[in-house]
Design a binder for this molecule. Structure first.
Ligand code: ADP
Ligand code: MG
Length: 685
C-alpha cells in the first residue's frame, strides 16, 4: 500500500479546487489525471517580456508589453488576416494581426480606446507588427509577469491557468525524507525534493533543481531494476553443465561466428552457476541468435533439464519449431510446440510430455507459461524478441519457481549502452556484434515520394523475377484506424497493378489469426507483396523477400528503420531497402535518412537515434510496454544513470530490505514514480 503521506498527491485532479469535469477532461488529454501529474507537469522554458514605452528596432524579436490605441481595422478578405492598426506612445504604427477570431479581436481592441498588448514584435516589410497579441485592459496591465514559465498546453487551458494548476498540484506535495546519499547531494548542490520541484516551476532554467528532479526519476527506475535482480538472485537456481555428448552430434552447415562462440561461452558460464542466469542477448536481425539459443537449450538438456522458448507470436513460434525440429530430430532431442492453437488431444499430449519429462524443448507463445502447464524439470527459459514483452513479464517468470530456471532474453533492438542500463539494468548483457559471413550488405536508397510511380515499376520487375517484397506504411496518426486506412489504400493501388492475389495486407486492427493467415501466405510465397503498418512480424524468415519499401521513412525512428531493413537482409543474395521520403523533408530529416545509407551498424544507429529523438522513442515505449522517462532528457539519462546506479547499489548493499530511514525514503521515491511493483517484491521476498 502507498504510504499515507503521499495520498494527497495521488488524488484525482477533480479533487483540486477550481477543477471541474471540463478542465479535468482537457488535462486528461495531456495525461494529467492526478495532483502529482500536475506537480510534475514542468515548464519547458520562460517567456521574457519587456515593458516598452514605444516600439523600436532594438526590440525586434522580443516579447514586448506595449500601450497602444487602435485607430483602424482592415478586415481580411478570404484567408487574409484581419489587421488592426494601432498607435504606440510615440505615435508609431503597430499592426496587430489576427489570422483567426477577427470578431474577438475587434471586441478586445475597440477603436480609440487605450489598451495594453503583449507579443513578439516583428518587422513586416517596413511595418512593425505583432501577430496574435495578448490584449490586456490597462488597469490589469501590471498583472503581466515579466518572466513567465511556459508550460506544455492543450486546447482550453491557457498558460496562466496551467501554471496555476501546476502550483495547485505542487501545494499537495509534502516535505519528504531524503533518499539521495547525503554526500552525493552535497557534491551536486541539489536542493531537497519538494524545494527542487518548486524551483523548477518558478525558473525552468534552474539547472541544479532540474537535474535533481530528473535524478529522482532515474534513481527510482534503477533502484526498481536492482530490486528485481536481487529477487531473482536471492533464490538458488540449479547449476546446469552439459557434457557435450549431444551438441557433438549436431550437424551445422556452417561454422559459428566468433561472436556466437563468445556469447555461448558467457551463457554456459552462467548456467553452470547455482545463481540463476539473468542474461540479455543483443544482436542485430540476422546475427544468428536462434542458434545461440539452441546451443544454450542443448546445454540444459545434456544436464538433464528441460528448456522452454517463448516467442511473441504464433507464426514465429511455428518457424522456430520447424527450425529446432529439423536440427534436433537427428540428435534424439524431443521438441514440441504449444500455442493457443494446440487443442484437444494434441495439447494433452504436450502437457503430458512436459510433465513426465519426455519433451526436452518446448517452443511457443505465452501459453507455455500458463498456470496448468507443469514441467518435469524446467532449467532454462529463452525469451525471443524480448522487447515485445515488458519488464513485468520478466519478473513473473523469475518469481514463480522455488528454484528459478536460468533466463536468457534475446532482442534485436540495438539499445545504446546507457539505455541498456536503464531498461535492462538488472541483467547481464551479451552482444553479438558480428554478422555471419557471406551476407551481402543491404543496399539502402533514399528516394523522394514523388517518384512513387517509378518505385512501383521497379517493384513490378522485382516480382516478375520471382522476388517478394515488403511495403511498409508509416504510423501517421497515433490512431490505428487512420493508419489501417492508409495501408488499405496502398494495398488497393498495388492490387490494381499486380492483381489481388499478389498483394497481402496486415495492420494493427486485424485480429491475431487473421494476421497470421496473411503472414503465412507471404512466408509460403503465395503473395508477392506484403503491405503492412509497422506490425509486420519480427524475426520471421522469408528468404525470397529481398526488397523492402518504407513509405514516409522520415516518420520512423532510425532504430526502427534499421529493424525493418533487417527483414530483408537474411539470405546470402543481394537485397535492397528503399526509403521513400516526403518531398517537404527538412534538412535534419535528410541527414538522418542519409545515415541509414551510410551504415548497417545497428548500435551506431541506435546511439544516433538516442541523440536525435530521446529514449522513449528508441525503446518503442508504446509497443513494448517498457516505461520510458517522462522528465529525464537523453542528456540526463547519459549523465545520471551511472550515478543513480551507483547510488542505488550502495543503498541496497547496506540495506537490501529498504528498512532503514533512508531505505524508507527510497520507497517513497519508488512510489512517486510508480515503481511500486518493486516495493511489492520486497515484501513478498
Ligand atoms: P536472428 O539473430 O535475427 O534471430 P537467426 O538466428 O534467425 O537471426 O539467423 C539468421 C540466419 O543466419 C539463419 O538463416 C541462420 O541459419 C543463419 N546463421 C546463423 N548463424 C550462422 C553462421 N554462423 N554462419 C552462417 N549462417 C548463420
Ligand atoms: Mg530471431
Amino acid at each position: 500500500m502507498r504510504p499515507e503521506i503521499l495520498n494527497p498527491l495521488f488524488a484525482e485532479v477533480e479533487a483540486l479546487k477550481g477543477v471541474g469535469p471540463g478542465i479535468a477532461k482537457s488535462l486528461a488529454r495531456l495525461g494529467l489525471t492526478r495532483a502529482i501529474d500536475l506537480a510534475y507537469h514542468l515548464p519547458t522554458g520562460t517567456i521574457e517580456r519587456i515593458h516598452a514605452a514605444a516600439a523600436s528596432g532594438a526590440l525586434l524579436g522580443r516579447i514586448v508589453i506595449l500601450a497602444v490605441t487602435p485607430y483602424e481595422v482592415r478586415a481580411g478578405a478570404g484567408r487574409a488576416p484581419t489587421r488592426i492598426f494601432a498607435a504606440d506612445g510615440e505615435g508609431n504604427t503597430i499592426t496587430l494581426t489576427f489570422f483567426n477570431n477577427p470578431g474577438w479581436a475587434r471586441k478586445q481592441l475597440p477603436l480609440g480606446e487605450p489598451r495594453v498588448v503583449s507579443g513578439r514584435l516583428d518587422a513586416w516589410g517596413d511595418e512593425w507588427q505583432i501577430v496574435h497579441p495578448d490584449v490586456i485592459e490597462p488597469a490589469a496591465a501590471t498583472d503581466i509577469a515579466i518572466r513567465e514559465p511556459v508550460y506544455p498546453l492543450t486546447e482550453g487551458i491557457s498558460n496562466k491557468r496551467m501554471r496555476e494548476l501546476a502550483l495547485t498540484g505542487l501545494e499537495r506535495a509534502p516535505e519528504l525524507a531524503e533518499w539521495i546519499e547525503p554526500s552525493l547531494l552535497a557534491q551536486q548542490h541539489w536542493p531537497a525534493w519538494r524545494a527542487a520541484l518548486a524551483m523548477v516551476h518558478s525558473d525552468p532554467a534552474e539547472a541544479n533543481a532540474r537535474k535533481r528532479v530528473s535524478y529522482d526519476e532515474i534513481f527510482a527506475n534503477q533502484l526498481a531494476l536492482l530490486l528485481l535482480r536481487q529477487v531473482a538472485r536471492r533464490k538458488r537456481g540449479v547449476p546446469l553443465q552439459g557434457d557435450g555428448r549431444i551438441t557433438a552430434k549436431l550437424k551445422l552447415p556452417y561454422q559459428l561466428t566468433g561472436a556466437q562462440r563468445r556469447v555461448i561461452d558467457e551463457i554456459r558460464g552462467d548456467m553452470a552457476q547455482d545463481r540463476p542466469m539473468l542474461r540479455l542477448l543483443q544482436g542485430d536481425v540476422g546475427s544468428g541468435k536462434t542458434l545461440v539459443a539452441l546451443l544454450a537449450m542443448l546445454e540444459a538438456v545434456e544436464a538433464g533439464a528441460q528448456a522452454a522458448m517463448l516467442a511473441p507470436t504464433e507464426i514465429l513460434s511455428r518457424q522456430h519449431f520447424a527450425t529446432l525440429q529439423r536440427q534436433c530430430e537427428a540428435i534424439g532431442v524431443r521438441v514440441a510446440i504449444l500455442t493457443g492453437r494446440e487443442k484437444g488431444r494434441a495439447r494433452e499430449a504436450v502437457l503430458m510430455g512436459l510433465a513426465d519429462g519426455s519433451i526436452d524443448i518446448l517452443v511457443g507463445t505465452h501459453a507455455i507459461f500458463q498456470a496448468h502447464v507443469a514441467y518435469h524439470r524446467l532449467g532454462l527459459i529463452v525469451i525471443d524478441e524480448q522487447h515485445r514483452f515488458g519488464v513485468s513479464q520478466r519478473l513473473l517468470l523469475s518469481e514463480k519457481a522455488e528454484r528459478p530456471p536460468h533466463l536468457l532474453a534475446m532482442t534485436a533492438t540495438p539499445i545504446p549502452r546507457t539505455l541498456t542500463l536503464t531498461v535492462y539494468g538488472e541483467m547481464d548483457v551479451s552482444r553479438i556484434d558480428e554478422m555471419p559471413p557471406g551476407r551481402t550488405p543491404i543496399e539502402t536508397l533514399v528516394i523522394s515520394d514523388q517518384k512513387l510511380a517509378d518505385v512501383i515499376e521497379g517493384l513490378g520487375r522485382h516480382l516478375a523475377a520471382g522476388g517478394q517484397a515488403y511495403w511498409v506504411c508509416p504510423l501517421v496518426e497515433e490512431s490505428e484506424s487512420v493508419d489501417a486506412a492508409a495501408a488499405e489504400e496502398r494495398a488497393a493501388l498495388l492490387r490494381q497493378r499486380f492483381g489481388t492475389g499478389k498483394v497481402g495486407l496486415v495492420h494493427g486492427r486485424m485480429k491475431g489469426p487473421e494476421k497470421d493467415g496473411v503472414m503465412a501466405s507471404f512466408a509460403s510465397g503465395d503473395t508477392g507483396v506484403l503491405v503492412a503498418t509497422t506490425v509486420i512480424e519480427v524475426g520471421v524468415d522469408v528468404p525470397n523477400a529481398t526488397l523492402i519499401i518504407v513509405e514516409g521513412a522520415e516518420r520512423f525512428g532510425l532504430a526502427q528503420l534499421h529493424q525493418l531493413r533487417g527483414r530483408v537482409g537474411r539470405g546470402s543474395g543481394a537485397s535492397r531497402c528503399i526509403l521513400l521520403r516526403g518531398s517537404t523533408l527538412s534538412e535534419t530529416g535528410r541527414a538522418r535518412l542519409a545515415l541509414m545509407r551510410e551504415t548497417n551498424d545497428g548500435f551506431r544507429i541506435a546511439e544516433e537515434d538516442l541523440r536525435l529523438r530521446g529514449p522513449g522513442e528508441i525503446l518503442g515505449t508504446r509497443q513494448s510496454g517498457e516505461q520510458g522517462f517522462k522528465i529525464a532528457t537523453p542528456e540526463d539519462v547519459a549523465e545520471l544513470v551511472p550515478m543513480a546506479m551507483g547510488d542505488a547499489r550502495l543503498l541496497l548493499d547496506r540495506d537490501g530490505g529498504l528498512a532503514s530511514e533512508r531505505g524508507q525514503a527510497a520507497r517513497l521515491c519508488l512510489y512517486l514514480f510508480e515503481r511500486d511493483a518493486a516495493v511489492g517484491l520486497l515484501r513478498s521476498g
